[in-house]
Each structure stands twice: as structure tokens, then as C-alpha cells.
Design a protein around this ligand. Structure first.
Ligand code: NAD
Length: 422
């Protein structure tokens, strides 16, 4: 099947397909199995009429893509962003499949999205949109079928409205349908921190392997939402110096170090980093090229490109975001050879791991301590890191391809053992 005839065709979907093909080449995957494993299983498009506060009706478009349901219920977040496309959601769903499989979770992969600038909505409008989206996808998902979670533009409150809508739909409290909920509604301790905790854990582990210490480490983080802020807090608590931060309004840089808690308090009061006085104002493009030990993209896809990959001044890239590095940039980084890249499917897997713990706790109605959550999380991260490093050595490939080889092989094997239908 040619990609150009696919409804998912887009730069980001092609990026995910190219990454897949590099791993499938190493696995020697034949064409029939390759296409069947690569292409998303199914998708749903929904129209969402919402009553705005001014009395008018506005209709939004939403998607849910289930890339893989062969290895368990599908799993993946819901994005609210004005640039969401079906192709982007499909690429993100594909990455969820490999990620869940890589770290050994009993899930497939999915993603959802709504084309909306949620920042411009009132709380009431956002609630009506969230409930309507869940109402429309309710028959397509479920605790044993597909379990959503937060992503860009959605948060614990959105998860709470969606869980309530789904529970009303099925007629009983059913928290296992969605993860990333508030603690009061069956959320897991540590879920809010989980993705950043994982990004920070991998960063520390790889720096330690390279003989670097916290005190020698400077960090630049792009994106100051759930993932970016929790990563920055965790690395600052470890003792690293955060020298650059940004959000959609731009960035702030200070070689002497930024106070992450102070920046977070500013954002809580002002809704963005714009006007924050902690250092020099920089653009997002400039931020990525700042000298630092670790560069952490934690916003959107395709920000490390052929334009800037040759100019980066970091020693490590820890991908908090999904898909931040284009295929062309991957090649430049591999040629440079002086930057260690910790790929998204490994680096940000802490989020879905603790989402899995949340789902387990919901299914058993028995709740764990934060220490238990983090200790089990760290064990799974260490195991995934060791298997990626072993595979990287075995095939003499990039760390990204090694991680994808592991994730893809398990999905392909499960499909082969089940037969052609799942
Ligand atoms: P979020 O909505 O909480 O935060 C996004 C941040 O990025 C905000 O600070 C926003 O202002 C900023 N941003 C948006 N556009 C930007 C731009 N053009 N330039 C710079 N900054 C920009 O979202 P999040 O949950 O933190 O997700 C961030 C990334 O991490 C996404 O790629 C997401 O898929 C990935 N991720 C999230 C989780 C999770 O648990 N939330 C898990 C794994 C991966």
C-alpha cells in the first residue's frame, strides 16, 4: 500500500513509518507482515457540536486512532490542539504501540485528538467539549478495549469529566476507562509526575554511564507543561542546573540557572512564561541551540530538524515529547556522533507505565503508595534501558532503531501467533 494513498499521509506519519521501516529492515520483515504491522488498525472521526458561552454553536472535529489491538486493549492519550490532524494522531498511536510493547505492558497502541485551541475556551466550554468527545467515542473504547489518557492540552480535570461521562453511559462508576485522573476519582499517586520522573531517571542513568555528575549538568527544556515542568523539577532536585525553559510563547535562558518552582508559580499566575524575568528572553528556535549538557524537547513533534541538528550544542537529547526529531535530523545526529539520543519511546515511557499501574489499581480497586509506584516504575525503566542497550550493541544500530526493533518485534510476533484477524 503506498503511503500517498493513505488517509494518514502527512509529514509526521511518514516520519513514524520511516522509523518503523528502519527497524523492520533489521528484523528482515517481509512486505506482507510489514504493512500489516505498520498500518493503523482502525480510526473513528467524530464531529462535536458544542454550545459556547455566547450562545452560539461551534462544531469541532475529533479523532481516535487504534493502531494495534492485538497485544491487549489499546492505550494512548488525547490531544487538544489547533494543529491536530488525523495523520498526527495516527503517528502518535503507532509510537504508543511500540512503546507499550518495548516496556512490556499488556496494551496495544492508540491516540486521540480534537482540533481546538483549548486555551481560548472557558472552563464550561472545555467541559462541554470534553464530555461530547467522550460521548461520541464511548462505544469505540472501554477498560478492556482502549484506555485514553492526557496528552497536550488535556489534564486531570478533562480526564475526570470524560470518566464521568463514560460512567454515566455504562450506568456505573468505571474509572478503568481512562488514566491520568485526579486521585479522588481513582487516579494513581505519582501519575502526574510519572512522565517527567521517567525522563529524569533516564537522563540521570545515561549521564552516570558517561561519568557525569549532577553538579556538572546543565539542562534546557522546551515545553513547560506536564512533561517539561515535572522533568525540570526532578532534574533540579537531583542537582542539575536548569539553564533554559520555554512554552508556546517563547523561552527564557540563564546560564547561572533558573528557579523552576518560581517559573511554575509565574505560569500559574500568568498562564504562560511570557514576561517571566528569570533570565534573558529567547525564541524557541534559539532555545534549542543553547549550550547545555542535556536538551529536552517536551512540547511537540518535529522541532529538531535538518536546519538545526548540525548546530545543537548539547551532549544528550532526552526526548520527552513524541516525535521531536525528524528523520533527516536523526541522520545528521548519527553522522555527528557526538550527541547521545534517548528516544521518545524509551525516554517518555514512564507516563504510560504509571497509567498501566493506575488501570491495574482501578481494576482491582486496591491502591498503592507513591513509593510502591515509583519503585515499580524504576524497575521497569531499568529493564527497558538494559534491553535497548543490548539490542543496540547486537545490531550496531542507533538507540532509536534498537528501541523500535524491540517494540515492533513483539507486536509482529503476537500478530503472527494470533492469525490474520486481530
Ligand atoms: P502539556 O499540554 O501539559 O504541555 C505542553 C507544553 O508545550 C506547554 O507548556 C505549551 O505551552 C508548550 N508548547 C506548545 N507549543 C509549543 C511550541 N510550539 N514551542 C514550545 N512550546 C510549546 O502537554 P504534555 O502532556 O506535557 O506533553 C508534551 C509532550 O510530551 C507531547 O509530545 C506529548 O505527546 C508527550 N508525552 C506526554 C505524556 C504525558 O503523560 N502527558 C507522556 C508521554 C509523552
Amino acid at each position: 500500500m503506498s503511503l500517498h494513498h493513505s488517509i494518514y499521509d502527512s509529514p509526521v506519519f511518514r516520519q513514524a513509518c520511516r522509523q518503523f521501516d528502519l527497524a523492520a529492515d533489521i528484523l528482515g520483515m517481509e512486505t506482507g507482515v510489514r504493512e500489516r504491522t505498520k498500518q493503523p488498525r482502525r480510526c473513528l472521526t467524530v464531529m462535536l457540536p458544542v454550545r459556547l458561552d455566547n450562545g452560539k454553536i461551534e462544531t469541532f472535529e475529533g479523532y481516535r486512532v487504534q493502531h494495534n489491538i492485538s497485544t491487549g486493549p489499546a492505550k494512548g492519550g488525547i490531544r487538544f490542539h489547533q494543529d491536530v490532524t488525523l495523520g498526527e494522531v495516527a503517528a502518535l498511536a503507532m509510537w504508543m504501540s511500540w512503546k507499550c510493547s518495548l516496556v512490556g505492558l499488556p496494551f496495544g497502541g492508540a491516540k486521540g485528538g480534537v482540533v481546538v485551541n483549548a486555551r481560548d475556551m472557558s472552563t464550561g466550554e472545555l467541559e462541554r467539549l470534553s464530555r461530547r468527545y467522550m460521548q461520541e467515542i464511548a462505544t469505540f473504547i472501554g477498560p478492556n478495549l482502549d484506555i485514553p489518557a492526557p496528552d497536550v492540552g488535556t489534564n486531570e480535570q478533562v480526564m475526570a469529566w470524560m470518566m464521568d461521562t463514560y460512567s454515566n453511559h455504562v450506568g456505573h462508576y468505571d474509572p478503568g476507562v481512562i488514566t491520568g485522573k485526579p486521585i479522588a476519582l481513582g487516579g494513581s499517586l505519582g501519575r502526574r509526575e510519572a512522565t517527567g520522573e521517567g525522563v529524569s531517571w533516564f537522563t540521570q542513568a545515561y549521564l552516570t554511564d558517561a561519568g557525569l555528575k549532577a553538579a556538572d549538568t546543565t539542562v534546557v527544556v522546551q515545553g513547560f507543561g506536564n512533561v517539561g515542568s515535572e522533568t525540570a523539577l526532578a532534574l533540579a532536585a537531583w542537582g542539575a542546573k536548569i539553564v533554559g525553559l520555554s512554552d508556546f510563547t517563547g523561552g527564557v535562558a540563564n546560564p547561572r540557572g533558573l528557579d523552576v518552582k518560581d517559573a511554575l508559580a509565574y505560569v500559574a499566575a500568568n498562564r504562560s512564561l511570557q514576561g517571566y524575568q528569570g533570565g534573558e528572553t529567547v525564541t524557541n528556535a534559539e532555545l534549542l541551540e543553547l549550550p547545555c549538557t542535556v536538551l529536552i524537547p517536551a512540547a511537540l513533534e518535529r522541532v529538531i530538524t535538518e536546519q538545526n541538528a548540525g548546530r545543537l550544542q548539547c551532549r544528550f537529547i532526552a526526548e520527552g515529547a513524541n516525535g521531536p526529531t525528524t528523520n533527516e535530523a536523526d541522520l545528521i545526529l548519527a553522522q555527528r556522533g557526538d550527541i547521545e539520543l534517548i528516544p521518545d519511546v524509551l525516554c517518555n515511557s514512564g507516563g504510560v507505565i504509571v497509567s498501566y499501574f493506575e488501570w491495574l489499581q482501578n481494576q482491582s480497586a486496591y491502591y498503592w503508595s507513591k513509593e510502591e509506584v515509583f519503585s515499580k516504575l524504576h524497575t521497569m525503566l531499568a529493564k527497558a534501558k538494559a534491553s535497548v542497550e543490548g539490542t543496540k550493541k547486537k545490531f550496531n544500530c542507533t538507540r532509536r532503531t534498537a528501541a523500535l526493533v524491540l517494540g515492533i518485534a513483539r507486536v509482529a510476533e503476537a500478530k503472527a501467533k494470533r492469525g490474520l484477524f486481530p
